[in-house]
Design a protein around this ligand. Structure first.
Ligand SMILES: [Zn+2]
Length: 95
């Protein structure tokens, strides 16, 4: 589970990036925090890097393989320079 202190620095965004599940070795399309859908293990990955290998952490046989979901996307450009929230959201989607 991720934690944060300053609510004004985190924005909710309905984007397909959060719906896609990545498998071990897949290329990361978005920089951010990823969570294993099976056990909750969290990692940070950078756009263009490979997700960790299949034996990154242990699951029981019953749990099955690792599957990663993006839970917090990070950006390199400060969105606070945008004039309003709508233009910021448009900018997120274009990257
Ligand atoms: Zn796991």
């Amino acid at each position: 589970m991720v934690f944060f202190k300053y609510r004004n620095l985190i924005h909710q965004l309905d984007h397909q990036a959060f719906d896609r599940l990545l498998q071990p070795g897949d290329t990361t399309l978005y920089s951010g925090i990823y969570r294993c859908e099976v056990c909750g293990y969290e990692i940070v990955s950078t756009k263009g890097d490979s997700m960790p290998p299949e034996h990154h952490h242990k699951h029981t046989l019953a749990q099955g393989p690792i599957s990663w979901r993006l839970i917090v996307r990070t950006i390199q450009k400060n969105p606070d320079v945008a004039r309003d929230r709508e233009s910021r959201n448009r900018g997120y989607l274009e990257r």
